[in-house]
Ligand binder design. Structure first.
Ligand SMILES: Cc1cc2nc3c(=O)[nH]c(=O)nc-3n(C[C@H](O)[C@H](O)[C@H](O)COP(=O)(O)OP(=O)(O)OC[C@H]3O[C@@H](n4cnc5c(N)ncnc54)[C@H](O)[C@@H]3O)c2cc1C
Length: 340
């Protein structure tokens, strides 16, 4: 795919949010979807979603996104996979996204659904067991499912501290592995005290996970004390890596409002100090999932304040298109009314 191509809607990112947006848009709007890799995004890491409407016995993230991908194709959306978006610009009528191979895609509406990337430990044996006992997360979805187990958390922030407290209500023991000499200074004092007071939480400072082991599933970890150099093995079937995540928005830097961590700011969150962004060029206010650039929407994990779940990402992808249709109508009316 090279050259210059024109669409009504371009969706950047083919995870659950982007695929759902594509299905919604492809009915009536010329739609394309771009992804840096393949379709599905992070969804295959979800073994089962119990509350997705229409699936009595639950459905895996992989199966759900496979079906949505096929549906989007059947409805006429085109796909440009293994071709990351690397640049963005906007003109009077359309937005342009440049892909790594040099293709320029122009579209009236963009849906940015590029998700986020969890920071890994950089330990291959741990990463290999992702989804099989190793979970990259910023909250523990179902702590009760770990009742009676030995659980490990890597991380030193308030997120890790809160997760330790949530898990300690169910697990037999929770070990928090902290690389530095103490928990992060940003952990609120009350939270830190509660962790200290909780009998079955142990915080191991100056410590790193250097290996994960198990036959196709996590069975234990090896820990290294950074001061003494001692290595010890510990048995566990649940390791949560909570070392943070970064939204995939570097390519949008300077183009639209991002928060301090790089997440895209949308809707009413754009209202700051009693005003909308100074360069907001249209009279209406930004719509719910609209970014600081009119007709550019953000959906799923890439959006500031998103609920980081497959179902929520799908909902946001679909909602973005409902809002986009509204914005397109308004844009067309303005174009008709504009002086020639
Ligand atoms: C290990 C793990 C376990 C999880 N477990 C659960 C669970 O049990 N239940 C649950 O509901 N949720 C779970 N989640 C969260 C869930 O997967 C996400 O909330 C959901 O996938 C977000 O969807 P998304 O479409 O916003 O982003 P993603 O699924 O991350 O998709 C983003 C897509 O954008 C693409 N992309 C990134 N940058 C670019 C670029 N520059 N150009 C083009 N494409 C780009 C990526 O390749 C990716 O395909 C888990 C996530 C992880 C990582």
């Amino acid at each position: 795919m090279t050259g210059s191509l024109s669409y009504d809607v371009a969706v950047i990112g083919a995870g659950p949010a982007g695929l759902a947006a594509a299905v919604s848009a492809a009915v009536g709007l010329k739609t394309t979807v771009v992804d840096a890799y393949g379709a599905g995004g992070s969804a295959p890491a979800t073994p089962v979603i119990h509350n997705y409407p229409g699936f009595l016995d639950g459905v895996s993230g992989a199966e759900l996104t496979r079906r949505i991908y096929e549906q989007a194709q059947r409805l006429g959306a085109s796909f440009a996979l293994t071709n990351p978006a690397v640049g963005f610009s906007t003109g009077r009528g359309a937005h342009t996204v440049t892909l790594a191979d040099g293709t320029a895609i122009s579209a009236q509406v963009l849906v940015i659904a590029t998700g986020m990337a969890y920071r890994t430990l950089g330990v291959a044996s741990v990463d290999k067991l992702t989804g099989s006992g190793v979970t990259y997360a910023d909250a523990v979805a179902e702590p009760a499912s770990l009742a009676g187990q030995e659980v490990f958390i890597v991380g030193s922030t308030a997120t890790a501290a809160q997760a330790a407290l949530d898990l300690a209500k169910h697990a037999s023991n929770v070990t928090v592995v902290v690389r530095a000499g103490s928990m992060d200074a940003s952990v609120p004092a009350e939270l830190a005290k509660e962790v200290d007071r909780t009998r079955n939480i142990r915080v191991r400072v100056n410590t790193q996970v250097v290996e994960g082991f198990g036959e196709g599933r996590l069975e234990g970890v090896r820990l290294r004390h950074r001061v003494s150099g001692t290595i010890e093995a510990a048995r566990t079937r649940a390791l949560f890596v909570m070392t943070g995540a970064d939204p995939n928005t570097e390519w949008l830097k300077g183009s639209m409002q991002r928060d301090d961590e790089g997440y895209l700011v949308t809707g009413t969150e754009l209202w700051r100090n009693g005003q909308w962004p100074q360069d907001w060029p249209v009279e209406r206010v930004p719509l719910l999932l609209e970014t600081s650039v009119p007709r550019v929407f953000a959906a799923g994990d890439v959006r500031r304040g998103a609920v980081r779940r497959v179902t929520s990402a799908i909902l946001e992808g679909m909602l973005a298109i409902t809002l986009a249709r509204h914005a397109l109508r308004e844009h067309a009316q303005r174009a008709v009314g504009a002086p020639s």
